[in-house]
Design a protein around this ligand. Structure first.
Ligand SMILES: *Cc1c(COP(=O)(O)O)cnc(C)c1O
Length: 391
């Protein structure tokens, strides 16, 4: 018996089940067309909603950030000081989101890990949608709070669960705003209502909402006009914002508490000046104009309508996320491979990211796509769909 036999066996098992993740290699900036595994292909799966991953004003801002502040923060902010740049960005972001305060963290993933165990612990209760993102699940695992997993988007079940725990002194409801794999929206108005009834806190993960829904892409809280009624928004700067990093935004007192208590803030360095400067530029661009957001939605509506016409099952997304449902993992991987041969890059998404038997290709339409790009990609989906008997 070798020490690593369990790894060898598990990797072989993943391959046998069609669940082995083949990660492709990107050789250029990420745009509508991207160099992948050495060839230029039409990119239909990056989270580059607004085309900001290579936005010229953001590139310039990043360079200026480096010129002024260098390449790294060289510090955990609470131990060796925080740059004015990060503080300016937090103010700017809070203003954009329409909240009292915001705090910048290393990633969206980290932001969930920072918020959840800070807000609840032993003797408290957590209410989490069954389809919440992995980073929320892990955030929940970091607390001793009792965890109640409620059925997807089921406000009545949530209400019952809250009623059962009404005497628990601290209660936190956590939900994705836009569910990342299916593109459906959390019933946030209903959630907020039951939360108010039972004096529970509400935290929403806006990773796929910001830059996408709400006025000028201000996110899910703005979309539902729930300003002041959601306690905490968590966001990422790695999707629509096109950079990397995460944040928490909401009531000033909560953000202050997180600054004092959240472990990813207290024990891990900040994102780099280039990242922050680029994100600052992204917020400025969105404040000035909602044109990128409108283009994204025009493209998404067009693409989704044509996919339905072709006969694909694209689930029940309410956002530009377009899950092309394919069933078995092997079909999804085969579909993705055939598309790539046709110069379209769209990766398969399989278990454990989605449930078994619900493998798919998640198409991410972008504002960077032209109508010609979308038509080309539709033609290739049709070709491969017919070849594999999916349509
Ligand atoms: C991508 C994603 C995250 C993680 O964001 P990163 O900044 O990439 O770490 C968190 N929550 C949801 C719903 C996401 O889709």
């Amino acid at each position: 018996m070798g020490k690593y036999d369990f790894i060898t066996a598990e990797l072989a098992e993943l391959k046998a089940q069609g669940l082995y993740n083949t990660i492709r290699t990107i050789g250029s900036s990420v745009g509508a067309w991207t160099v992948v595994d050495g060839k230029k292909v039409l990119n239909m799966c990056s989270n580059n909603y607004l085309g900001f991953a290579n936005e010229p004003r953001m590139r310039e801002a990043a360079k200026e950030g480096i010129d002024r502040y260098g390449v790294g923060p060289a510090a955990v902010r609470s131990i060796a000081g925080t740059m004015t740049l990060h503080l300016e960005f937090e103010r700017k972001l809070a203003q954009f989101k329409g909240v009292e305060a915001a705090i910048s963290l290393q990633s969206g993933f980290c932001s969930n890990l920072a918020a959840i165990p800070t807000l609840v612990g032993a003797g408290h209760a957590l209410f989490t949608d069954e389809l919440n993102h992995a980073s929320i699940i892990d955030g929940c695992r970091l607390t001793k709070a009792e965890r109640v997993i409620y059925p997807h988007r089921d406000v009545d079940a949530l209400r019952n669960a809250l009623a059962e725990k009404k005497d628990v002194p601290r209660k936190l409801i956590v939900t994705d705003g836009v569910f990342s794999m299916d593109g459906d929206l959390a019933p946030l108005p209903g959630i907020v209502e039951v939360a108010e009834e039972f004096a529970a806190m509400v935290m929403v993960d806006d990773a796929h909402g910001e830059g996408v829904v709400g006025s000028h892409g201000r996110g899910i809280v703005d979309h539902f006009k729930l300003h002041g009624r959601v306690d905490l928004e968590m966001g990422t700067l790695s999707k629509a914002f096109g950079v990397v990093g995460g944040y928490l935004a909401g009531k000033g007192e909560i953000i202050e508490y997180i600054r004092q208590r959240a472990r990813p803030f207290l024990f891990s360095s900040a994102v780099t000046p280039a990242d922050v400067a680029a994100c600052m530029a992204a917020v400025r661009i969105l404040e000035e104009s909602d044109a990128p957001v409108r283009k994204l939605w025009d493209n998404a509506r067009y693409f989704k309508a044509k996919m339905v016409e072709l006969g694909f099952d694209i689930g029940s997304s309410e956002t530009p996320i377009t899950p092309v449902m394919l069933g078995e993992a092997t079909t999804a991987w085969q579909f993705s491979k055939e598309l790539f041969a046709e110069e379209v890059f769209a990766q398969a998404i399989v278990f454990p990211t989605v449930p078994r038997g619900k493998a798919r290709i998640r198409v991410m339409v972008s504002a960077a796509h032209t109508r010609d790009d979308l038509d080309l990609s539709l033609a290739k989906f049709a070709t491969v769909g017919r070849k594999l008997g999916v349509i």
